[in-house]
Structures are given as C-alpha cells and as structure tokens.
Ligand binder design. Structure first.
Ligand code: ZN
Length: 254
C-alpha cells in the first residue's frame, strides 16, 4: 500500500510542479489576479495557446522534443528536469517517512531556484520566509518534540560562517542569500543528512563549474546560480536517503 501511495504522490507531484512553474512565471511576468490562475497556458515566444496534450508535465516535452509546434521556440530543459526532480523527491519524502517539513523545504528551494536561474539573484522575501519557517520548525520539532536528534544547526552555522569569512579574506563575494539558505537548512536536517547534502552540493557545483569553463561558457570569475544546484542536491539527498553513506564508503574504501 505504502509504495502505491508513493507512486500516486509522484504523479500528483508532477502536476503540482508544472502548476508551480507556470505560477512563478506568471507572478514574475506581472500577471494580474485572476489571470494568474485562469488564463490558458501559451508559448512564451509566439503566444500560441497550448492544448491539453501539450501540457502534460515532462511527457509533452519529450513528445514535442522541447519545441513549440508553431514557432519552434525551444522550451528550456530546466522545466522538465526541475518538475521531474520535485515529483521524485515528494514521493521519496513520503516513502522514507521523512519529516513533513521536507515537503515545504523542497517547494521553497524549487521557487528560489526558478528566480536564481533567470536573474542570478534570489528574492529576499522568500529567503526571509524560509528562515522564519526554519526557525519555527526547529523550535517545534527539535526543542519541544525532540523528534530530530542530532540536529545539524551547529554544523550549518559553522559552515556558512566559515564560507562568509573566507569570502571576505579572498575578497570574492559569495551570495549572502545563498549562504542564508544553506544556514537555514541546518534547522531541518540531521547531521548526517546535512553532510550528505554538502557532499552532493559541492560535488555537483564543482562538476558544473568545470564543465561550463571547459565549454568556454563561463570563466573562473563568473557567478554561477547556486540555488538550482542546491535544489537538485537537496532532492538527491532525499532520494538517496541513507544509501549515500553506503555508496561513498564503497567508493572510498575499496
Ligand atoms: Zn511558439
């Protein structure tokens, strides 16, 4: 039964993710209420209205090979990938019975990632709301309920503070918003979850930057939007759950 509900959550997650991407797009492009909710979806370039079979999350992207049928506009790969990852992580949060706060954490990261990808900047309001939510969840789940043993707040504070000091010493600005998000994650995670997140995050950031530099699409000085990487890393940490430790051990010790 448990696995069937996880599968249902996966499909609901796909629909939710696609709805959220459309909603963020509309808020970002200044749609007024009630158009935000009721206006039909259309192509970002030529304005062609999309039919129901062009709106199936991920599947439509694969069938039409990511292009608008009318003008050939290439839909960014970001959409289907971010939607698939959100659906997978929501279903794995349920499957592994992780704390309920994780559902909201992935939605926060999903929204921040959307803005960071476009503007290389994240809205402060969302970061502050995330911080307040983190603090409240820490008080309720860790201090009052005692349900999160080995909370990683100390670790996340030390990590973000060290990066902050380091960025001052080498005079290279590391986004304050990014650091605040990493610090906030400490409210929700256990030490081993935070460590797994950090391994995946640092690994992907390094690979991603090196690939961009090798492809000459960035230099060592370019600012790389880190929130999409954080979002994917958090989701991977959820999907791999505790198995990451086993995988790492087998790579490092054999
Ligand atoms: Zn079009």
């Amino acid at each position: 039964m448990h696995i069937y509900i996880s599968v249902v959550i996966f499909f609901l997650g796909l629909a939710l993710a696609s709805f959220f991407n459309a909603l963020l797009y509309r808020i970002d492009n200044g749609y007024k209420y009630p158009d935000i909710y009721i206006k039909g979806s259309h192509c970002e370039k030529c304005g062609k209205r999309l039919t129901w079979y062009e709106l199936i999350p991920v599947l439509s992207f694969l069938i039409f090979r990511g292009k608008c049928k009318q003008c050939g506009y290439k839909v960014p790969m970001y959409y289907p990938v971010s939607e698939l990852v959100l659906a997978l992580s929501l279903s794995f949060i349920f499957y592994f019975s992780l704390p309920w706060t994780f559902y909201l954490v992935v939605l926060f990261l999903f929204s921040l990632s959307y803005f960071d990808r476009i503007y290389k900047e994240i809205p402060q309001d969302i970061v502050h709301a995330f911080l307040i939510f983190g603090f409240l969840s820490f008080v309720i789940l860790t201090i009052v309920n005692g349900s999160i043993i080995n909370n990683s707040l100390l670790l996340s504070s030390i990590f973000s503070l060290s990066v902050y000091v380091l960025s001052k010493v080498i005079k290279k600005d590391f986004g304050m918003g990014d650091l605040l998000v990493i610090f906030t994650l400490g409210f929700f995670l256990t030490i081993s979850q935070f460590m797994s997140f950090l391994y995946i995050f640092l690994g992907i950031s390094l690979l991603y930057s090196l690939t961009l530099i090798l492809l000459k699409r960035a230099t060592i000085k370019s600012a790389i939007p880190l929130l999409p990487v954080m979002y994917i890393s958090f989701c991977l940490m959820v999907i791999l759950n505790m198995r990451l430790e086993i995988i790492l051990e087998s790579i490092l010790f054999i």
